[in-house]
Design a protein around this ligand. Structure first.
Ligand SMILES: C[S@@+](CC[C@H](N)C(=O)[O-])C[C@H]1O[C@@H](n2cnc3c(N)ncnc32)[C@H](O)[C@@H]1O
Length: 202
């Protein structure tokens, strides 16, 4: 079963930053690795579901013309709004995916520490909506913790195995260490050129 929203509401009711996203070197390094993997210097319209308190959102903002971030939990949305106030192009909304997937299409979709909360049906829907709403040349960044998490319906490694096996996706870049995996995918029928090729270097 997909983890119930009350699971996350209880976490934020007990602590404004339950995962220590704003203070830990582990998270700062993971965000730096994840954003460094992104092949493009700038993206047009981006979507980041499950943004929590908006730490990654604030790092993505300077690379995006417009960035829609969302979280299912109102307390997280308030924190993310406060953290990103004044950053041009950022909008934070309360939405739960896949049910409240936003309209429109995106050049970048960021799925960071989110997909392992979903059961098979919801994971399939999130991936279907994500891939379906990528613009031509659009990219999907996925980042997940690799250690056991007994509350989660699946592991981070299983998430990335599903992404790698998805027939509509092609992997552009990736990083893995004992703690997390970060990968960038594009639509398999899209622009699969490397950064050097795109820049006319090779
Ligand atoms: C571990 S935090 C990840 C935060 C952020 N993406 C990052 O990488 O730092 C997971 C967040 O996803 C949110 N979340 C869980 N299920 C969700 C859903 N179905 N739709 C939107 N947000 C969800 C939780 O409330 C929580 O804030």
């Amino acid at each position: 079963m997909t983890l119930d929203p009350t699971y996350f509401r209880d976490l934020y009711a007990a602590c404004a930053d339950p995962r220590g996203l704003a203070g830990r070197w582990y998270e700062a390094r993971k965000y730096a690795v994840s954003t460094a993997l992104l092949p493009r210097q700038r993206y047009g319209r981006a979507f980041e579901p499950g943004c929590s308190i908006g730490v990654l959102t604030a790092m993505l903002a300077p690379r995006c013309d417009a960035l829609l971030a969302c979280d299912a939990v109102p307390d997280a949305v308030s924190s993310a709004r406060a953290r990103t106030a004044g950053l041009p192009g950022v909008r934070v909304e309360q939405r739960a995916v896949p049910g409240q997937w936003p309209p429109g299409s995106f050049d970048l979709i960021v799925l960071s520490e989110l997909l392992y909360y979903f059961d098979d049906a919801d994971l399939g829907q999130v991936l279907g909506l994500g891939i379906g709403s990528l613009r031509p040349g659009g990219q999907l960044l996925a980042v997940h913790w690799r250690h056991p998490a007994p509350d989660h319906p699946r592991t981070g490694d299983e998430v990335h195995e599903d992404l790698a096996a998805h027939p509509a996706l092609a992997r552009l870049a990736g990083y893995r260490d004992p703690d997390f995996t970060a990968e960038v995918y594009a639509r398999a029928d899209g622009d699969l050129r490397s950064v050097a090729q795109t820049g006319g270097i090779s």
